[in-house]
Design a protein around this ligand. Structure first.
Ligand SMILES: [Zn+2]
Length: 273
């Protein structure tokens, strides 16, 4: 029996067991589920949904978000393809053992000073691009209680959560370094400027200029796009410091400094990452 739960294909097998188990097939948006012989279908569907919700919740996602991620086939695992600066790289996972407390999530809370200092010492997570490979250094600790690095447990692997955290922290750094250089370049080239800027993980815009604070926010996914796309967004948002809307005066600024901006802007309209 095959069920479709929020877009996830669940292959159900009946076994002479009293237990229900479920496992996501790595690299797919399918799951295998075993259930007791005589369990009614309605009950199986209900349990399947609950189990998938629980797996999603563990990754801090709703079932819908989790399903979308599975479909995109992004697990941040070794051998997976990823786009960076418009080029395709093969992801290579390098696990780096660290005390868990230093790299725990601190969801929403400000990091204590001593933890920030400790994090800096490790210089990870980071991503290094060499040839066609992207080496992702993932900080992780196999047990939550271990403070000191325990070399006995060498088989332990970072979880998908560890890898995803490391990936986003790393590409944020990549993007940050590039924006610092390119923003300064475009500010001096155009005479337009902003007071501050930041990087956000959002789905709704590539960049946004906030007039009240003279602040630009950039979408973290610009790191996947060719560098000229980032340059275009920088120019576009700087131009908003002079013109609020996208009228003829705004377009004249773009034409003056980047004659082929229309081509680049087209590239950003294509989805797929
Ligand atoms: Zn705009």
């Amino acid at each position: 029996m095959i069920l479709n739960i929020s877009g996830i294909e669940v292959n159900v097998v009946r076994r002479s067991t009293k237990r229900v188990s479920m496992r996501i097939r790595p690299g797919t948006n399918a799951a295998d589920m075993s259930v007791p012989m005589r369990m009614p279908k309605a009950e199986i569907v209900e349990i399947a949904k609950k189990l998938l919700e629980r797996i999603a919740r563990r990754q801090g996602q709703t079932l819908e978000e989790f399903s979308r991620q599975l479909k995109q086939n992004k697990h941040y695992s070794d051998g997976e393809k990823t786009m960076l600066w418009g080029h395709e790289y093969t992801l290579r996972i390098i696990k780096v053992r660290t005390p868990r407390y230093i790299f725990s999530a601190y969801a929403g809370k400000a990091l204590p000073e001593d933890v920030i200092t400790e994090r800096l010492k490790y210089d990870i997570p980071k991503i290094e691009l060499k040839g066609s490979e992207a080496f992702l250094y993932v900080p992780f600790c196999p047990t939550t209680k271990t403070f000191l690095i325990d070399d006995d447990d060498t088989d332990a692997e970072p979880t998908e959560f560890d890898r995803k955290y490391a990936f986003y922290a790393s590409i944020r750094k990549l993007l940050f370094d590039k924006i610092e250089i390119l923003l300064a370049k475009w500010e001096s080239k155009t005479g337009m400027s902003c007071k501050s800027w930041g990087i956000r993980n959002v789905a709704t815009y590539w960049g946004i200029y906030r007039h009240d604070k003279e602040h630009i926010d950039f979408n973290i996914n610009l790191a996947h796009k060719p560098t000229e796309c980032l340059e275009y967004i920088i120019l576009h948002e700087l131009a908003h410091s002079r013109q609020m809307n996208h009228g003829p005066k705004f377009k004249a600024i773009l034409d003056k400094f980047m004659p082929d901006w229309r081509k680049t802007s087209q590239q950003l309209k294509k989805r797929g990452d």
